[in-house]
Structure formats: structure tokens, C-alpha cells
Design a protein around this ligand. Structure first.
Ligand code: ADP
Ligand code: 5GP
Length: 202
């Protein structure tokens, strides 16, 4: 896709001077366990909404349209970018991913909290548009463990795994940009650390 993510300009902004819900951005290398952590968080706290992204990636075997992602082709994705329908978007390991703006806006304006599980370039765009967002970076215990988790998940080709590991180095190098950093070594401990960020540091 020729256009750069910076061309994403939603047509409206979240109000900063009225009571709103929280926007929480969760970022970290692919395979670190973001999806696992967010699933557990939402089981414990059903009031947290997860934004469902749009992607040009093909669905994995167990993924459900509208639940894991909205799966679209490149022309449709491009159209959404041009129409300002995305809060942010980025290319990641050969595919495009973006956050539909309207559902996030509606939830936050209604005073609800919304989680965005997105990669680094998207997190940076959200920071520009919505500096009040809480941004959390999830670290793997080690690169070896990250690789092991990507393989264990068994959903990506060897080429996709190696693109994801390469990208992981850049993402980890940017972790200090985030408001909070959590290491997902023991899952329960990481979950407790995330809950601390979400409910005690607000
Ligand atoms: P992401 O959403 O960040 O790409 P996933 O949630 O899909 O990552 O997790 C990748 C793999 O790692 C999955 O097989 C998951 O079960 C496993 N995993 C997640 N957290 C942990 C953990 N704390 N310890 C061991 N394995 C984990
Ligand atoms: P996956 O293909 O493993 O589902 O996701 C690859 C990467 O894209 C992950 O780091 C995930 O957090 C990120 N991602 C998912 N949805 C979005 C989105 O809407 N915007 C951005 N910028 N990244 C996303």
C-alpha cells in the first residue's frame, strides 16, 4: 500500500473536556501473549471493551470474523483509510491493520473503557491523537521464549515467524516510550501487574 500511516486522520476527535471513558493501548511483540492477557482481563472485567481491528491478513484457523478481526481485502482497507474511518493504522509483517474509529469513539464518549491491542506504529499514532490514553508495553521474558511462544502457537509460517521476530527487536527498543512496562513471564503475575496499571494507577 502506497499511503503511509501518517495519512490516517480520523474526521472527529475525542472530547477532552467532558467526562469520558479510558483508552488503554496494549503493545508488545507478536507472540508475547497480548491476546492471552487481554482475554483473561476481559473474563475478569467484562466492563472492559476490546476494539476489534480491521486487517488484510488471512484469518487463522481458529479466528472468527467480527470477534478476532474484521478481515478485509486491500482495496477495502485503503478505502477505510481514505474515508478517515480508522483511528490509526500500520503495516505489520506484510499486512495492514487498523482500528475502526467510530466504535471506540462511541464507547469512550459513553464513559466506557476500551482496550486497543496494537503494534508500535499504531500506538504512536494514538499517542498523538489522544495523549490521555494509557499505554502499556508487554515484554517477553527473553527473545528465546518469544520465539518458543510464536512456534508453540503454531499459527504462522516460518517466514511470518522470522518477520515477527525481526520486528520484535524494534518494538522492544521503543518500550521506554510507554507509560507502563510489564513482563509476561508468569501469566498470573503479568495479569496482576496489568490490573494494577488499569485499576490502581488510573
Ligand atoms: P500475541 O497476542 O501477543 O501475539 P498470544 O496471546 O497469541 O500472543 O500468545 C502467544 C503464545 O504464547 C500462545 O501459545 C500463548 O498460549 C502463549 N503464552 C502467552 N502467555 C504466556 C505465558 N505467560 N507463559 C507461557 N506461554 C504464554
Ligand atoms: P497478528 O497478525 O498476530 O494478529 O497481529 C500482528 C500485530 O498487529 C500484533 O502486534 C497486533 O497487536 C497488531 N495489531 C492488531 N490490530 C491492530 C490495529 O488495529 N492496529 C495496529 N497498528 N496494530 C494492530
Amino acid at each position: 500500500m502506497a499511503a503511509q500511516p501518517s495519512s490516517t486522520t480520523p474526521q472527529t476527535a475525542l472530547p477532552v473536556d467532558s467526562p469520558t471513558g479510558r483508552l488503554v493501548v496494549i503493545t508488545g511483540p507478536s507472540g508475547v501473549g497480548k491476546g492471552t492477557l487481554v482475554r483473561s482481563l476481559r473474563q475478569r472485567h467484562p466492563e472492559l471493551h476490546l476494539s476489534v481491528s480491521v486487517t488484510t491478513r488471512a484469518p487463522r484457523a481458529d479466528e472468527v470474523e467480527g470477534q478476532d478481526y474484521y478481515f478485509v481485502d486491500h482495496p477495502r482497507f485503503q478505502q477505510m483509510v481514505e474515508n478517515g474511518e480508522l483511528l490509526e493504522w500500520a503495516e505489520f509483517a506484510g499486512n495492514c491493520y487498523g482500528t475502526p474509529w467510530r466504535p471506540v469513539q462511541q464507547r469512550v464518549e459513553a464513559g466506557e473503557s476500551v482496550l486497543l491491542e496494537i503494534e508500535l506504529a499504531g500506538a504512536r499514532q494514538v499517542q498523538q491523537l489522544f495523549p490521555q490514553a494509557q499505554r502499556v508495553f508487554i515484554h517477553p521474558p527473553s527473545m528465546a521464549e518469544l520465539e518458543r511462544r510464536l512456534r508453540e502457537r503454531g499459527q504462522d509460517s516460518e517466514a511470518a515467524i522470522s518477520r515477527r521476530l525481526q520486528r520484535a527487536q524494534d518494538e522492544i527498543a521503543a518500550a521506554s516510550e510507554f507509560d507502563f512496562e510489564v513482563t509476561n513471564d508468569n501469566l498470573d503475575a503479568a495479569l496482576a501487574a496489568l490490573e494494577n496499571v488499569l485499576f490502581l494507577q488510573a
